[in-house]
Ligand binder design. Structure first.
Ligand code: NAD
Ligand code: ZN
Length: 363
């Protein structure tokens, strides 16, 4: 079983992604960081703390000088500067200094918020990621993007700050709700579609094992997705170019997410957005009708939506045009030139967009 992936920038190893089915090797990672002489603070949310915090504190008790924890209410609603403020207070009261360590135990909300706190507390301290949601394992814990929301604006405040290590216990996926699990699969299908047709085919032939959360199948799946995420972030650490490929399905997906008032999960909106983007790719003769239908079927086979009702195509178009990827009046759209290969395209017209949006809107 593959367990280690090294993330490098400019050919220099920066951190390892470690895939395990328990936390038994975590102490090895902490030893590398010399934590015995340091304070650590485990940051987590109210759901994950009930499941994994106590056992993690036990595990760490011999590994650090002091083990603290900080738990906030689960959900995107906590990913803001108020929570960061309270965490700063906690760290200051506990005399955390520059050499101490934060540990993010949870999904993407915990990872982003802990990373941002680590990036800014005392001008930057170390942190490690222990992602527990599928989305966090294959997406948010890798690449060093950290941040919080500001009022209604998602991820408005942030910093690039690389973790010292990303350690995932795949068994933690067993407690994730079905909705959150399937939502993470949206990003995983995306990885296959944009970068690796053989991975996409592998996903198609392992639908039942993935849905039943067979641990070894999940291990292989998360490993292969992490390889793709690593490849993209290594090429473009600061999101100046090719990292935008990860936005496949996200331009229209984000618009639907906003218009549905976040009632649909992120991965569900990405799934619908991927159908729309694949439709444009088909209309341009980049992929065949059969390939488009195959993508639609694959998304459906993972119980993700392929269409949405209750909003109009014009509204979606309007919000899409406000999307932040809309630079100098040109929409940066991600299309498939073939299954397993994506490109950035700035020539998608309003008519093409509208037709694609109509393809995913049902009355
Ligand atoms: N930094 C990045 O590059 C990046 C990339 C993608 C997304 N994100 C961010 O990630 C966030 C979404 O992440 P998410 O989907 O993990 O959301 P989340 O952190 O809110 O987790 C989803 C839900 O699952 C629960 N949960 C997590 N792990 C669990 C487990 N093992 N068992 C039971 N419940 C568990 C959480 O408590 C929460 O209720 C968004 O804020 C998004 O902006 C960041
Ligand atoms: Zn996403």
């Amino acid at each position: 079983m593959n367990t280690n992936i090294t993330v490098k920038y400019n050919d220099l190893p920066i951190y390892d992604i470690i895939l395990e089915q328990n936390y038994n090797r975590l102490h090895e990672e902490l030893e590398k960081l010399d934590t015995k002489s340091k304070k650590v603070c485990i940051v987590t949310d109210s759901n994950v703390s009930k499941l994994y915090l106590n056992s993690l504190i036990d595990l760490l008790s011999n590994q650090a000088k002091v083990v603290e924890s900080f738990t906030f209410d689960a959900g995107e609603g906590s990913k803001n500067l108020d929570t960061v403020y309270t965490l700063y207070e906690h760290l200051i009261k506990s005399n955390f200094d520059r050499k101490d360590l934060l540990i993010a135990l949870g999904g993407g909300v915990v990872g982003d918020l802990t990373g941002y706190t680590a990036a800014t507390y005392l001008r930057g301290i170390s942190f490690i990621q222990l992602p527990t949601s599928l989305l966090a394992m294959v997406d948010s814990s890798i690449g060093g993007k950290t941040g919080v929301d500001f009022h209604a604006y998602k991820n408005m405040i942030g910093a690039f700050h690389q973790p010292k290590s990303v350690y995932m216990n795949l068994r933690a996926l067993s407690s994730l709700s079905d909705g959150q699990f399937l939502s993470g699969l949206g990003e995983i299908i995306k990885h296959g579609l944009i970068k690796d047709v053989s991975y996409y085919e592998w996903l198609k032939s392992n639908v039942s094992g993935i849905k039943s959360r067979d641990l070894d199948i999940l291990h292989e799946m998360v490993y292969r997705s992490c390889l793709i995420k690593r490849e993209v972030v290594e090429k473009d650490p600061k999101e100046l170019g090719d990292r935008a490929l990860l936005n496949f399905g996200h331009t229209i997906g984000h618009a639907i997410e906003k218009l549905m008032d976040f009632k649909l999960l992120h991965g569900e909106c990405v799934a619908i957005g991927m159908v729309a983007a694949s439709y444009i790719s088909y209309k341009r003769n980049y992929i065949s009708k059969e390939e488009l239908l195959d993508i639609v079927n694959t998304i459906e086979s993972f119980e993700l939506p392929i269409s949405v009702s209750g909003i109009s195509a014009e509204e979606v178009l309007k919000v899409t045009s406000y999307d932040k990827k809309n630079e100098s009046g040109k929409l940066k759209f991600i299309l498939l030139t073939q299954v397993g290969k994506a490109v950035i395209d700035t020539t998608v017209s309003t008519d093409e967009l509208l037709e694609a949006i109509n393809y995913v809107i049902c009355e």
